[in-house]
Ligand binder design. Structure first.
Ligand SMILES: [Zn+2]
Length: 391
């Protein structure tokens, strides 16, 4: 089951105006959490029983969530015995949605995700973004965002907020890109640039690294079957990045810059990398190298870099995503990485590392970005109620 941290302490979230947290806010969040995480509709009586709140308190809080369209009531199954079964609460399918966007080196993507975590719409626009002016790219991205919202399988959804995934180092707390070497973008206030371009949203844009958001999508999508709670997500694109998930939460490092596996040195003195160093993983396992040398040649250095992370962090699973999941590369990379991990992970004899290929396709990061917006509402429903009051 995925846990969610409070957005006020979550490094991916943009700062929000200070709000005095009250016991009611905390209870509201507790109740909403239970409804969101429950595998089946939850009755008001069950909410009171689980939380220890009085029936009246739990019911009043549930009414507040209903009024804000954060939950909806679903009919109980037909009664077979005595007594009328209670109506259950589930996350609302008509409530606010999260809009996730991705700027990648060779495509733009947009995804709309509802409060239940369902993808309601996805769009992709292919095209090389390198060397284009940021303002042009952001204009195209905003247009794609508007189209995705229009095409979403939800009538005129209210967009609660937008999160944008970028391939580079991001200072999430300030909404800035520090460096996206493959886009050749440096030190840019992308949250500010996007604010005026996007559909009406109540929250400031969240900015994050594409591999981090893709990892979040992977953790979220796995909730319903074999839950992945601790894993390394490796995203192969023109560049190579990673997202580290520990206890179902992203581990971002002290300043949010963890996961730069693409710049681990795998060939001392090797080819020069766009970051300025030589022999980085990206130079032998990025998309251009994959096309040049084939997946068999890339699998070993990729596996060695991944083995380093696994040895360091004790991770039981690895997910290969981005272009690594494309049919022409997936099988050979999976086999090669598995074999390299068996040789280089010291604990592999007793506990082999599970290697998976991502099933989410190239919109994983956009989807994860939208999930980040939705999780923000899950963690702080009172914050959303306040937005509605101010509107
Ligand atoms: Zn590098």
């Amino acid at each position: 089951m995925a846990r969610v941290s409070d957005h006020r302490t979550h490094p991916a979230a943009a700062p929000t105006p200070a709000r005095q947290g009250t016991i009611r806010d905390a209870n509201l969040a507790l109740l909403y959490r239970l409804i969101v995480d429950a595998p089946a509709p939850v009755s008001r009586a069950a909410l009171a029983a689980v939380t220890g709140m009085t029936r009246a308190t739990a019911s009043a809080l549930a009414d507040a969530l209903l009024a804000a369209d954060l939950v909806q009531e679903v009919s109980p199954p037909p009664a077979t015995g005595a007594g009328r079964p209670a109506a259950g609460l589930v996350p609302s399918s008509s409530g606010p949605v999260g809009l996730g966007l991705e700027i990648n080196v060779d495509y733009l993507a947009a995804s709309v995700v509802d409060l239940a975590g369902r993808v309601r719409g996805t769009l992709t626009a292919h095209g090389d973004q390198r060397g284009r002016r940021p303002a042009e790219v952001l204009g195209d991205l905003a247009e794609l965002a508007a189209q995705a919202r229009e095409a979403a399988d939800a009538p005129d959804p209210v967009v609660a907020g937008t999160a944008v995934a970028v391939p580079g180092l991001v200072e999430a707390s300030r909404g800035r890109i520090r460096r996206a070497p493959n886009l050749r973008w440096e030190d840019m206030d992308i949250a500010h640039e996007l604010r005026g371009l996007l559909p009406d949203a109540s929250f400031d844009p969240i900015v994050g690294n594409e591999a981090d958001f893709a990892a979040l999508a992977e953790a979220h999508a796995s909730r319903e079957h074999a839950a992945l709670t601790d894993f390394l997500y490796v995203s192969g694109e023109i560049g190579v990045g990673a997202g580290i998930v520990l206890g179902s939460e992203l581990f971002r490092g002290a300043r949010g810059w963890a996961g730069e596996i693409g710049h681990v040195t795998v060939e001392p003195g090797g080819a020069s990398c766009r970051c300025g160093a030589r022999g980085c993983l990206e130079t032998v396992a990025g998309l251009e190298a994959l096309r040049r040398t084939g997946p068999e040649a890339a699998a070993n250095p990729l596996g060695r870099a991944v083995a380093g992370a696994v040895n360091l962090l004790d991770l039981p699973a690895v997910v290969l995503g981005g272009v690594y999941a494309r049919p022409e590369f997936a099988a050979a990379l999976l086999r090669g990485v598995e074999q390299t991990l068996a040789e280089h992970v010291v604990s592999a004899r007793w506990a082999p590392v599970a290697v998976h290929t991502s099933q989410l396709g190239e919109t994983a990061a956009a989807r994860g970005a939208a999930v980040a917006v939705v999780r923000r509402i899950h963690a702080d429903p009172a914050g959303w109620l306040e937005v509605l009051t101010e509107a």
